[in-house]
Design a protein around this ligand. Structure first.
Ligand code: ADP
Ligand code: MG
Length: 237
């Protein structure tokens, strides 16, 4: 509908603006960080303590900027045909040290003949990292995170199923809003960025949760129907 289109255009504009600002702030922040590090090495007593706090806060600013920068269109948009199971396998390996620290076991179950999808693999990997990280962070006492991939109609469907604290219905409404977080060290940007990337891929994302039992995040991405799609074909669609 027209309204939905206007909304998505607005969101895209906000995203571009946020990413632009993040980019401008990153360079001066890097300079600040360098000098703080330098002073910290030489400082003593209270000064050293204050500079440690400054280092921590600058680190947090970098984290937020990093997530905002994900809203920027990648400099080189390079869509390619990818096997989702391979991308997921890569992320599971990448996240396994963090999982181990939190006593979390990650189990995978991928349908064997999964069709390929057309995607920007680096952006999609960022989505998977965000969701896996949330799953791990939701399981304070450890547990199992299941990553399932299957086919559902014209989509590849991925479920991330955790046994974590869950999300109340009131909070569920706010997930994906910029800066909505329940974590002391959270940025509240991971889900918004993920939702945007999935939408840009023509996919959809949903969250189901039961308090005290766990959360399932589901992503559906359209399968690549045109194996030898050329730029002209793409324009025609
Ligand atoms: P952050 O992780 O920095 O808080 P996100 O955008 O990734 O930001 O997530 C927003 C909020 O959504 C989290 O603070 C948390 O309350 C909730 N959330 C997301 N994923 C899960 C999950 N798997 N289990 C429980 N809560 C979740
Ligand atoms: Mg997160």
């Amino acid at each position: 509908s027209r309204e939905l289109l206007e909304r998505s255009e607005k969101l895209a504009a906000v995203g571009q603006l946020a990413a632009g600002i993040a980019h401008e702030i990153r360079n001066p922040l890097t300079a600040l960080k360098g000098f703080i590090d330098l002073m910290h090495r030489k400082a003593k007593g209270n000064n050293k303590r204050y500079l440690e706090i400054m280092k921590g806060e600058v680190g947090r600013m970098e984290l937020i900027l990093g997530e905002l920068l994900m809203l920027a269109k990648p400099q080189q948009v390079h869509y390619s045909m990818e096997d989702v199971d391979l991308l997921l396998q890569e992320i599971v390996a990448f996240m396994s040290p963090q999982a181990i620290i939190h006593n979390v076991v990650i189990e995978t179950s991928f349908r064997e003949d999964l069709p390929q999808i057309t995607c920007e693999p680096n952006q999609l990997k960022q989505v998977f990292i965000n969701i896996v990280r949330n799953g791990i962070e939701a399981m304070d006492g450890g547990g199992t995170l299941r990553v399932l991939a299957t086919r559902s109609g014209d989509y590849v469907r991925i479920d991330f199923v955790d046994e974590g604290i869950g999300i109340s219905p009131e909070k569920l409404q706010h997930i994906g809003e910029p800066f909505f977080t329940t974590k002391e060290q959270g940025t509240g940007l991971g889900m918004m960025v993920s939702q945007r990337i999935v939408a840009e891929h023509g996919g959809r994302m949903s969250v189901q949760s039961t308090i005290g039992q766990g959360t399932t995040v589901t992503i559906e991405l359209p399968i690549a129907l045109h194996r030898n799609m050329t730029a002209t074909d793409e324009e025609r669609i």
